[in-house]
Design a protein around this ligand. Structure first.
Ligand SMILES: [Zn+2]
Length: 199
């Protein structure tokens, strides 16, 4: 499940030039979709147009798919140009600020928790590929309490490409091929271990 973040009335980041994040995330998602289809994945996208979708709507789409993997795509505003990083939800960094809530809300809010080791592994694999294909990218993924991943009931990561202040959209979409290659290679590596352990 590929999730081009933002969309519709949520435009995401605006760069110092003409770039709007919601447009670039969609272009990147389409490039990744085309690339990973070659490896035999079934690919769904949370949006294929300029739709306004809540985090909950995106999570519901992802969670409706058995054995799915969720990737949400962003364009950052402050990272070194031409780099990218993968992020997983790190529950260890989360202060237990959420009190138990009756009626299942808590379980929805922490759906990602049992998947954290898989999401972390996937993020590590993606980040390793990014480090070689987009020079300057970190060797290690970031763990953070990234709210939009929290309700995803399957392995889930965010990938952020830098950055939205590029001179024009072409400077970013030129990075779509190495980004897609990195994700495709990492997914194939992940599939081997994940299938053996989970399915
Ligand atoms: Zn974003």
């Amino acid at each position: 499940m590929l999730d081009p973040a933002h969309g519709g009335t949520d435009e995401g980041a605006h760069g110092s030039g003409s770039i709007v994040e919601k447009d670039v995330t969609l272009v990147l998602a389409e490039a990744i979709r085309a690339r990973v289809l070659r490896d035999g994945w079934q690919v769904l996208m949370t949006r294929q147009g300029d739709d306004t979708l809540s985090f909950a709507q995106r999570a519901a789409m992802a969670n409706a798919q058995a054995h799915a993997i969720f990737l949400t795509l962003h364009v950052g505003s402050s990272g070194a140009a031409g780099t990218a990083y993968a992020c997983y939800y790190d529950f260890g960094q989360l202060a237990e600020a959420t009190p138990p809530v009756a009626g299942g809300l808590l379980s929805w809010e922490t759906a990602q928790r049992p998947w954290e080791p898989y999401s972390r592994r996937l993020a590590q694999l993606v980040q390793g590929e990014l480090a070689t294909r987009l020079p300057g990218s970190s060797e290690q993924p970031a763990g953070a309490p990234l709210y939009q991943l929290r309700a995803i009931d399957e392995p889930a990561i965010a990938v952020e490409l830098e950055n939205v202040n590029a001179a024009d959209e072409g400077a970013l979409t030129a990075l779509a091929a190495p980004l897609a290659g990195a994700i495709a290679h990492a997914l194939v590596a992940f599939r081997a271990s994940y299938a053996a352990e989970v399915h």
